[in-house]
Design a protein around this ligand. Structure first.
Ligand code: KIV
Length: 260
């Protein structure tokens, strides 16, 4: 299977070939995503709410990201492996950002890191790119700003915020990102940004005009408990499947039908 690199993604944008991305948090799922030829495997800090039981991504630490990145790395051979830099791992100083990103690359085995924010993160992006760490940007709904945003809601609804989003995308491109995640912004705004930047845009709740799409794997598989974002298309209902299988197992053990 062809190894996906940051250059492959750029090539795909030029050819008009859509880019596929999904999150993964362990080796077995990462192996399955490779088998399905997914282009980017993202160890998202969504691991905080999806696997660790936190309310949001704010508490996630570099050590936790390292642990999950190492696991995903063990199952990955073909996809571009991107790890999220968690909250406060890159905002305090450039030196700390370099050290933390370096750990995700050197110890975790990630091939790139993802950072949230536009203008405010541009210096960090540039500093990491300067030491040869590829960086993916993330604009629109940035979950690490949940308290500032007051919740998870569609961004880029006013002309001013749309202008800022376009400017931020250009700034990130100038700082050297190889791709930009656009989360929960109107489709038309995502289309404009996708046309204005040379690097691929990867949408999540941002419509079909982006160069690629990303989803949280557990949402796609129907494993997420409770409400999922309206833009998610569940391609399976694995929660139901798991519950039914475990109930059958329990019944069989109680009735001495397993093992038999
Ligand atoms: O943490 C994450 O899973 C993400 C994706 C939803 C883009 O940032």
């Amino acid at each position: 299977m062809k190894k996906i690199t940051t250059s492959s993604l750029l090539e795909m944008k030029h050819k008009g070939e859509k880019i596929t991305a999904l999150t993964a948090y362990d080796a077995s799922m990462s192996k399955l995503l490779n088998q399905c030829e997914i282009d980017i495997v993202l160890v998202g800090d969504s691991v905080g709410n999806v696997k660790l039981g936190y309310d949001n991504t704010i508490p996630v630490t570099v050590s936790e990201m390292l642990h999950y990145t190492k696991a995903v790395k063990r199952g990955n051979s073909s996809a571009l492996l991107v790890a999220d830099m968690p909250y406060l791992s890159y905002q305090l100083s450039i030196e700390e950002a370099k050290a933390n990103a370096g750990r995700l690359i050197k110890e975790g085995g990630a091939e790139a890191v993802k950072i949230e924010g536009g203008l405010e993160s541009a210096n960090v992006v540039k500093a990491l790119v300067d030491i040869n760490i590829p960086v993916m940007g993330h604009l629109g709904l940035t979950p690490q700003s949940i308290y500032k945003m007051g919740g998870y809601s569609m961004q880029g609804k006013t002309p001013e915020s749309q202008e800022k989003c376009i400017t931020d995308a250009k700034i990130l491109e100038g700082a050297g990102v190889f791709a930009i995640v656009l989360e929960c912004i109107p489709e038309e705004l995502a289309r404009v940004i996708t046309q204005k930047v040379k690097v691929p845009t990867i949408g999540i709740g941002a419509g079909a005009a982006c160069d690629g799409q990303v989803l949280v794997l557990d949402d796609l598989l129907g494993l997420t408990e409770g409400k999922i974002p309206s833009f998610v298309k569940p391609y399976a209902q694995l929660r139901d499947t798991v519950v039914k299988a475990v109930q059958r197992y329990r019944k069989d053990v109680k009735n001495s039908d397993f093992p038999n």
